[in-house]
Design a protein around this ligand. Structure first.
Ligand code: ADP
Ligand code: MG
Length: 458
């Protein structure tokens, strides 16, 4: 069993990423599985609640993928180490004492900053500028020149993979180059929260404030992460104000405009909108082509001798419009493949090697379509599919539709449950598992699933 947990852990690591894994999964110590419940020891109830609220589905799913069928998680912690969620907001009392201490700047200068590592590739040199991102790029450059602070904060927003993190790292590199001694702190909002929680746990709010108020420039990536997290927002707000008052630069990023981030306090929204708010628009064809050309240069250095046939970049720029990360990934994959088989990159190779990406950027299947198609196929009404009726003739197609929703869309289990008449996510897990089981046993069902999948993806 411990072995399985090791496997599950390492899968969670690749699924959730290194940071989340380090902060929230590594602290779990697995105890046992009993009556379909996985038991863990955790350091505190706060951590337990956090994991339960944010990573529960993924953990349950990973167990199921290892064929350990569980329905729930149970966290136990030693009471003397308990930190309840209520304690999280007790920081009000400590704030006054700490602020007065932070004034001693000389000492501050020696504190090491817990900056997150910067990606070497994310520099201004390597950022391709086009219409959709020129404003964001210009603003980032201005901040990086570290003249007098002209707008504070700089708020960058845009969808996934459009270059927010790249620009923030570029600012950081540039500032380091111009002034290696300037105190620059870059971290994700999740890291900010993690440090804050740790400070509460180890009763070191003084140290926390000292660090965050001693910087010359603070960059917080993906601020939407702290939406709905009240105490963290509160602390963020105070940090923000303290730095702005001292004339220090802030750079913040988010996945949408400040006013549109649900669960973010009004006062924070309005503070974020104080400075310059710029968005990274979805890429257009020209920008995508430009990015591809620049990335080909880099890839060619890594794989000397591999050539790209005429028209390939245009084809990719045309067909893959989701985001830059995917575009970049496609090229990496093509080069790796080409150097394996020792051929130049041509259109056949691109189509074969990138079939999944090309397909997924072609069409997005929605849960509604799945429900409709499955209902049609079994001569049911759409309302049957989301009704509470449990007869086999309805519940089996419903389970099948849930299975398809899980496999063909990127919706979470709770979301899928909601769309099937407000069902619980455990029902969805059960359905997925059931169909998987049946598919292995029953050739007829396996075929039905395949047919429906093809119809939906066509
Ligand atoms: P975000 O933080 O907005 O989700 P990232 O900054 O992580 O996106 O960008 C995703 C990937 O795409 C990175 O590898 C980045 O280098 C690349 N990228 C995005 N925009 C550009 C651009 N304009 N020029 C070059 N590379 C880009
Ligand atoms: Mg990012």
């Amino acid at each position: 069993m411990d072995e399985s947990w090791e496997k599950i852990r390492s899968k969670l690591k690749s699924k959730l990423g290194h940071d989340i894994y380090k902060n929230w999964i590594e602290v779990l110590s697995f105890v046992k599985v009993k009556n379909n419940v996985a038991h863990f020891h955790v350091p505190s109830s706060f951590i337990a609640n956090w994991i339960d609220r944010n990573y529960r589905d993924q953990i349950i799913e990973s167990f199921i993928n290892e064929e350990i069928y569980i329905e729930n998680l149970l966290f136990e912690h030693k009471t003397n180490e308990t930190l309840s969620i209520q304690n999280e907001s007790s920081n009000g009392q400590t704030r006054d004492i700490n602020l007065s201490n932070v004034k001693n700047k000389k000492e501050n200068k020696n504190i090491e900053l817990p900056s997150s590592p910067l990606d070497k590739r994310f520099t201004f040199d390597r950022f391709v500028v086009g219409k959709p991102n020129e404003l964001a790029h210009a603003a980032a450059k201005r901040v990086a020149e570290s003249g007098p602070v002209t707008f504070n904060p700089l708020f960058l927003y845009g969808g996934v993979g459009l270059g927010k993190t790249h620009l923030m790292h570029a600012i950081a590199w540039q500032i380091k180059k111009i002034n290696p001694r300037s105190r620059m702190l870059y971290l994700s909002a999740e890291q900010f929260m993690y440090r804050f929680v740790q400070a509460l746990r180890f009763k070191d709010m003084y140290g926390f404030k000292e660090i965050f108020r001693s910087v010359d420039i603070l960059m917080v990536d993906d601020v939407q992460f702290i939406a709905g997290k009240e105490s963290t927002q509160d602390e963020f707000f105070h940090t923000f104000n303290a730095l702005v008052e001292q004339g220090k630069q802030l750079v913040i990023s988010g996945d949408r405009a400040p006013g549109e981030i649900d669960g973010l306090e009004e006062r924070i929204k309005s503070r974020l909108a104080w400075g310059l708010v710029v968005d990274l628009h979805p890429t257009d064809y020209e920008l995508r082509l430009g990015i591809l050309q620049s990335k080909v240069e880099i890839q060619t250095k890594l794989h000397p001798g591999i050539t790209v046939n005429k028209g390939i970049l245009e084809f990719l720029a045309h067909r893959i419009s989701s985001n830059v990360r995917v575009l970049e990934g496609s090229l990496t994959r093509l080069f790796a493949y080409a150097s394996l088989v020792g051929r130049s990159i041509d259109i056949d190779m691109a189509q074969e090697c990138l079939a999944d990406i090309l397909r997924s950027s072609e069409r997005k299947v929605t849960i509604e379509e799945i429900i409709r198609k499955v209902a049609d196929h079994y001569n049911l009404r759409m309302s049957d599919m989301i009704s509470a009726r449990r007869s086999r003739s309805i519940s089996r197609p419903r389970q099948l539709a849930m299975f398809l929703a899980k496999n063909l869309t990127s919706k979470s289990l709770p979301e899928i449950g909601r769309r099937f008449g407000g069902r619980d996510h455990t029902t969805v897990i059960h359905a997925v598992k059931k169909i998987e089981e049946l598919k292995n046993k029953d050739l007829h069902i396996a075929e039905e699933v395949e047919i429906l999948r093809r119809m939906l993806e066509a």
